[in-house]
Design a binder for this molecule. Structure first.
Ligand code: F6P
Length: 542
């Protein structure tokens, strides 16, 4: 690690001994120096274990390792995916038409906007009924078949922006190779009015191809004709898409410099454009671009993703907080934690430096979460009183999209209360005061006290959007993308490959013949695997 981190460790080791609420007593106005307010968002990290000196040191560190400059280099096409020798250019996908971004001497912006135009024309035609199925009926169901980044992003965004969607068209997402996923999805679809989007950068992913072939078969077996009218593909592999019977004008291309988990801005977002309309999709891109400009040009002290990314790393490295929960207080953001799991853990769940050395500190925390208030009635017990330290992130929207009575105010009150409770806790005196009002005996009171104590001192960050719109959602997603970038720089990780997913894929392929046929004997398998496979056959044949 870079030299300056030692100074950060020193400051952090002192702060580690200080209760978070003490920091508020020391500096009653700390929210002003530990938050940022934009016209459409408020980001508050005052409940993180930082103070003015530590923040200053973090900023010095960020300058020393040129985080912002490295980000700008990424935006200009530097091949920072070193293990695959690729540029990482999801930021280019939302760059304005007149931008110039060269890769190997070629400006890629015109190609990007050509695909965006293709998305606009196609999504408009589907929405307006100009493109129809084989029997002349308009499409009522869109089924996106894809997995990982070819599913999680568009699925999450279609859910999050459902308020803005065309309610005459239902968008479904099938990802799992478990046939139940496809079967249950197609149960309510008719071949006449269903359009399939096969989304796969490689067009070789096992789960996606199995689902794509099964969907085509379902279509043909249920009276469907003219498959080419009912399918389109989002892929970088034209040969495979045409072999699958998809005409080339229905293939939406993307490039090797778009990573799967960063691809929602590309044609992988086709289902989004169909659902909410192209103008809204453009606003979604504009929100992300706004964040790109902020990250690239804002001073470190005011640079939201840089500060939050540094605090993320600080929690892991200095405070031993290896768990990061994401709690959206917004039903539309229900899938946001799952989306961030791929973005952040597939990017930074690594233990080798960019130069190939073993890492001796902790890297990505476990990302998980569920919407509030549901989560409060589930795992918040552990957040408040468990032995595990969790860094909790609260996300809420000030304006409700579906106001009913005072329900949204109740939602927001819960959000505000939980982050305050995690920080303050409840002291013995406060518990005693509560208990004194009960009819319990003195002995019963004494026995109950430890169970009702809350240590507090648990870190959290709050992100409040003015309103959930395509623009603010784009901004929010890009904020996490750039935080992930910052974490990767601090941890010295190649954040844009994903070799860790390969081994399991290869082993599944070698085990498959034995799962299909009990007479196949696998070479060099451990006894647990062998026993599992033979028990599968016993159970299936019973
Ligand atoms: O699971 C690994 C992965 O490569 C992800 O990074 C990617 O998002 C997903 O598989 C799907 O890949 P493809 O779009 O090529 O089907």
């Amino acid at each position: 690690m870079i030299q300056h981190w030692n100074i950060i460790e020193q400051y952090a080791s002192v702060l580690k001994q200080v209760h978070l609420k003490e920091l508020f007593i020391e500096d009653a106005g700390r929210v002003h120096s530990c938050s940022h307010t934009l016209p459409f968002a408020f980001v508050d990290y005052s409940r993180q274990r930082v103070n003015a000196q530590l923040l200053e040191e973090l900023c010095v560190f960020a300058r020393e390792i040129n985080i912002r400059e490295q980000f700008v280099q990424m935006m200009q096409g530097a091949k920072i995916n070193v293990t695959e020798q690729r540029s990482v250019l999801h930021t280019a996908l939302r760059a304005p038409k007149d931008s110039v971004i060269n890769i190997d001497g070629q400006n890629i912006v015109p190609e990007i906007h050509a695909v965006l135009d293709q998305i606009r024309v196609f999504s408009d035609a589907i929405r307006k009924g100009a493109l129809r199925g084989y029997s002349g009926k308009t499409f009522t169901d869109i089924v996106n078949i894809g997995i990982g980044g070819s599913d999680l992003g568009p699925n999450m965004v279609c859910n999050a922006l459902r308020y803005y969607s065309n309610r005459d068209i239902s968008v479904h997402f099938v990802s799992n190779v478990d046939p139940t996923h496809l079967a249950e999805t197609l149960r309510t679809c008719s071949p006449e009015t269903t359009l399939f989007i096969i989304s796969s950068k490689t067009f070789t992913t096992e789960e996606t191809m199995a689902n794509a072939f099964a969907a085509k078969e379902w279509f043909l077996q249920h009276g469907g004709t003219s498959w080419e009218l009912h399918a389109c593909a989002v892929s970088a592999n034209i040969e495979k898409t045409s072999a699958f019977g998809i005409p080339s004008d229905r293939v939406f291309g993307f490039w090797d410099w778009v990573g799967g988990r960063y691809s929602v801005w590309s044609a992988i977002g086709l289902s989004i454009a169909i659902s909410i309309g192209y103008e809204h999709f453009e606003q979604f891109l504009a929100g992300a671009h706004e964040m790109d400009m902020h990250m690239a040009s804002e001073e470190i002290e005011n640079n939201i993703p840089i500060i939050l990314g540094l605090i993320d790393a600080l929690n892991v490295i200095c405070y031993d907080v290896h768990s990061h929960s994401i709690i959206p207080y917004d039903e539309y953001l229900r899938l946001f934690p799952a989306f961030l799991q791929q973005m952040m853990m597939e990017s930074n769940g690594k233990s080798i430096t960019r130069e190939g050395h073993e890492i001796v500190y902790h890297t990505s925390p476990i990302i998980w979460g569920q919407p509030g208030t549901d989560a409060q009635h589930s795992f918040f017990q552990l957040l408040h009183q468990g032995t595990e330290q969790v860094n909790t992130e609260f996300i809420a929207c000030a304006k409700p999209l579906n106001p009913i009575g005072d329900m949204h105010e109740r939602l927001l009150a819960n959000c505000a209360a939980q982050s305050a409770a995690l920080m303050h806790g409840k002291t013995q005196n406060e518990v005693m005061q509560d208990i004194s009002k009960t009819n319990l005996s003195e002995a019963e009171k004494r026995a109950l006290i430890p169970h009702k104590l809350f240590s507090g001192d648990r870190p959290s960050t709050t992100i409040l959007l003015k309103e959930l719109t395509p623009f603010t959602l784009g901004w929010l997603i890009a904020l996490y993308e750039h935080r992930t970038f910052v974490q990767g720089i601090v941890w010295d990780i190649c954040s844009y490959d994903q070799w860790g997913v390969e081994l399991g894929k290869v082993m599944a392929a070698s085990i498959l013949p034995a799962v299909k046929d009990s007479s196949v004997v696998l070479e060099s398998q451990d006894c647990s695997t062998e026993q599992l496979i033979s028990t599968i056959h016993v159970f299936r044949n019973a």
